[in-house]
Write a protein that binds this ligand. Structure first.
Ligand code: 5GP
Ligand code: ZN
Length: 123
């Protein structure tokens, strides 16, 4: 896709602070972080929004979700607890879709935002 910033990052035409790459996905630090740890998990294939996804994308979306806690842990904001609300750490995962969803870059991406709750009282 011409003129798509995340396609250009995936093709390494634009630099990014990469944290992960495989045949299907890349992950890199957000250029304007909203939290102490803020990364984006992005498919290499150009898909504009979550609304363009269908059953064919289910496995890839699942891989994006499964990657989120793994990378959060590697970056020091994983959730460690008893699975019942006790414990420490943690992160938000977020897909923004369309103008009312606050989407700015129209290439599918999953935000992973961690650290000590910087959004408290803000969003
Ligand atoms: P959206 O609002 O579309 O869900 O989020 C787009 C995100 O991409 C924003 O958090 C923004 O800071 C990030 N972003 C935009 N351009 C670039 C860029 O060139 N490099 C990186 N690393 N992040 C970007
Ligand atoms: Zn793209």
């Amino acid at each position: 896709m011409d003129n798509c910033i995340f396609c250009k990052i995936a093709a390494k035409q634009i630099p990014s602070k990469s944290v992960y790459e495989d045949e299907e996905l890349i992950a890199f630090h957000d250029i304007n972080p909203a939290s102490p740890v803020h990364i984006l998990i992005v498919p290499k294939q150009h898909i504009a929004t979550l609304s363009e996804c269908n059953e064919k994308h289910a496995a890839m979306l699942g891989r994006m979700m499964v990657l989120a806690p793994r990378l959060a842990a590697e970056l020091g904001c994983g959730y460690e607890g008893d699975g019942a609300g006790k414990g420490s750490g943690g992160f938000k995962t977020q897909f923004n879709t369309g103008p009312d969803g606050g989407q700015e870059v129209y290439h599918l991406h999953l935000h992973v935002m961690g650290g000590p709750r910087p959004w408290r009282g803000q969003r």
